[in-house]
Ligand binder design. Structure first.
Ligand code: RIB
Length: 305
């Protein structure tokens, strides 16, 4: 089973000519409402690869209409939602601007995500078949606790270090590396994580190599149009190219990679295939607006045809 422990949001998205800087206002003709949250996005991406009945989502939403819709959307995507619990805070909400190149800027109001707790996870969930997928939009200590429980049951921990918190301490990164099997970061997150443990690598490949060595794990870096690379603890490096596309909206591309990659790792395909599938799924997502709408079903992935 693939268990995603993380955030659920509703995304309010405006298409803008240019993403405003501090003190600036831009006008957008309208806005759209999409399903989001890194946790929910990764659960949907994984379910589109693995099929119904293989993915469970654990997290919290409010007792409000946004919460109803977030749960119903996951259910419609074949994700088990029994571990999505109602909190007294409002459902998480993300305010997203997307520019003409498909790049975005995101502000997340965490709401109910902030009360997500590892105590919601029954012991029976954890075993050697559990692939736990984590991000950084729920309380860090709770994510670590879920990871520890997975590791002690010989399960697999896949941790997407996104978004990087304002204050990411050496202790946090050290704790995270100690419980993770597959660390997934983008170029900036790789350098930020390395810096937090006192390193100053010249580039993201060197950062991934150091993180993999320190954590005795595989570090995967997603690099947009440059594809992805995976560095094992012994320094072995694999790369996968990204399909060439003209993006409409990159929101959720990283989440699509993570979900698809997790589904492949859970299936125990070779690492090279998991990397390639992640890149193909992420590129396809970018062809449609919204975090989840463009996430492909398995049949649309060339490497799996
Ligand atoms: O990674 C994209 C996601 O980040 C959005 O869906 C938004 O909800 C934020 O969590």
């Amino acid at each position: 089973m693939i268990l995603v422990f993380g955030s659920l949001n509703i995304d309010l998205v405006a298409q803008v000519p240019v993403i405003p800087g501090p003190g600036r206002t831009v006008l957008a003709p309208s806005y759209q409402t999409h399903f989001g949250g890194k946790g929910a996005n990764q659960a949907v991406a994984a379910a589109r690869m693995a099929g119904p009945g293989h993915v469970r989502m654990a997290g919290r939403v409010g007792s409000d209409g946004f919460g109803d819709r977030a749960i119903e959307n996951l259910r419609a995507n074949g994700v088990d939602v029994d571990l999505v619990i109602r909190a007294s805070e409002p459902t998480g909400c993300a305010f997203i601007t997307v520019d003409q190149a498909g790049e975005n800027a995101i502000t997340v109001a965490s709401g109910a995500n902030n009360s997500t707790s590892a105590s919601d996870l029954p012991a029976a969930l954890f075993g050697p078949d559990t692939a736990l997928v984590l991000q950084m939009e729920v309380p860090f200590a709770q994510a670590v606790e879920a990871a520890r429980r997975t590791a002690s049951a010989s399960g697999t921990v896949i941790w997407n270090l996104a978004p990087v918190p304002e204050k990411m301490t050496r202790e946090m990164v050290t704790e995270l590396l100690a419980v993770t099997d597959h660390l997934i970061v983008n170029e900036h997150e790789a350098l930020d994580a390395a810096a937090a443990v006192g390193l100053a690598p010249p580039d993201y490949t060197a950062a991934a190599t150091e993180l993999a060595r320190i954590g005795d794990l595989t570090c995967i870096v997603t690099a947009g149009a440059q594809g992805a690379l995976a560095v094992a603890a012994d320094g072995t490096c694999r790369r996968a190219p990204a399909p060439r596309i003209t993006p409409v909206d990159t929101t959720g591309a990283g989440d699509t990679f993570v979900g698809a990659f997790a589904a492949m790792i859970h299936e125990k395909v070779p690492l090279q295939t998991a990397l390639q599938v992640g890149c193909e799924a992420a590129a396809r997502k970018c062809l449609e607006p919204g975090a989840q709408a463009g996430m492909p079903m398995r049949a649309k992935i060339p490497s799996l045809a």
